[in-house]
Design a protein. Sequence first.
Length: 112
Amino acid sequence: LEYFERARLELLRQIGFAHSKLEQGGIHLVVTEVSCRYLKPAHYDELLVVRPVITEVGSASVSIEYEILNKETGLLLTEGFTKLAFVDENGKVCRAPRDMAERLKQEMEKLR
């Protein structure tokens, strides 16, 4: 699950929404659902590739699917999913910032 988190944070950073930027704006993303299927074992010193794909953008949430692959063989090792809610500084669900929602939708459409 830590790999999912790192991949998600990097994806958000790449599209212009670093974690620190969100927090400065009083917005937080909290995990509300998670699933993970371990299909094959990974071994120490193997290089892995984690692929996050945005699958749904709601008014106050975003869903991301993940694949973890062996970099050398391309073998799928793990697949998973997270759903995240946007919350304000008081922990109340809030709408995604408009610019972020639009950018997330653009990123999602690139892979369709």
